[in-house]
Structures are given as C-alpha cells and as structure tokens.
Ligand binder design. Sequence first.
Ligand SMILES: [Zn+2]
Ligand SMILES: [Zn+2]
Length: 176
Amino acid sequence: MARGGKKKPFAKWSMHQALHSEVSSLLVESGLEFKFHSEDTEIGCINDRDSNIMGRFTCHTSTCSSTGWSSKMIAITIREYSGQRYNARVYHQRCKSCKRLSRPLLDDSYAERVVYWLKKWSGVQVVKPAFSGHSKGPHDRNLCEGCKAGHCSQEDDDFFSERFNRFVSSESSAID
Ligand SMILES: [Zn+2]
Ligand SMILES: [Zn+2]
C-alpha cells in the first residue's frame, strides 16, 4: 500500500482533526470543552453514534473524467471518550467512474453534528441543526465505505424520531 508518504490514498475512512477548532468554538457557547482524541480506537469510548454529514469529493485519478461529486450522505461515527475527549471517523466514498477512494472536504455540517452529540451526551439542551440531507437521489451503497462498514445511518433517524415525538406530544395537548 502507501509507502513513505503521510497520505493514504486507499484509506477507507479518516479523521478530521483540522476541524477541531470549529467544534471547539461551538462547544464554548455551551460552556463545554473537549479535546480531540487522535487515536482511532474503541478503547476508552463511552458513547458513539453513527450519523451523516455533507461534503465534497474529488477524484484523484488523473486519467478519470470525473470532476468530483458532492454528497449529503457522508457516513460519520462520532465518539466520546472518558476525560472530555472525542473524535469522529468520516467514511470515504468511491468515484463512480473509476472506483478510486476519495477523502471528502467537509462543510459546516461536520462541526454541527459532532457538537450536537457531544452536547447531548453532556446533558445540554440541544436544538436540532438545520440539515437538508434528503433532497438527493438514492444513496449508492456500493460506493460508500460507511455502508460497507455498517456505519452509514442514512435514515437520519435520530432527528426524525425526535421531531416526530415533539409533534405527537404537542398534538395530544392541543386536541379540542
Ligand atoms: Zn475517478
Ligand atoms: Zn452509505
């Protein structure tokens, strides 16, 4: 596989420590402080959650005709560790044309999602982040490493079930 270089072109997922400052600044608003745990491990993990975020992929095959693609269904596993630490594993996708793996460039949804769960696990009241991940066509499971690893939640059920519950409770109290 990749020799000598720090880049791993065939990696099926990666961590995005560069986005920690974004996460931190959102956490500060709630008086929370977490450190990024750079070890991609289950050891010490006390909470974890599969979710989906948004971003853009570029194909790095020079002979490939693909200009890249954006995805509203990038699989992510968010993990909290003991001692106020966290990390998140972001799953890669394959180019439709040449099947090469690509690491995404993520948008604000990364920090929003991570912070949402860290707050929730810390017992902080959370407001659902605006997220429009359902307008696109079908998710291609063959090109998604999150699906292959069994960590692509796709349904976004965590947010849906909450919204649903809220509707149910407000309806039942508003019956005339
Ligand atoms: Zn390609
Ligand atoms: Zn998937």
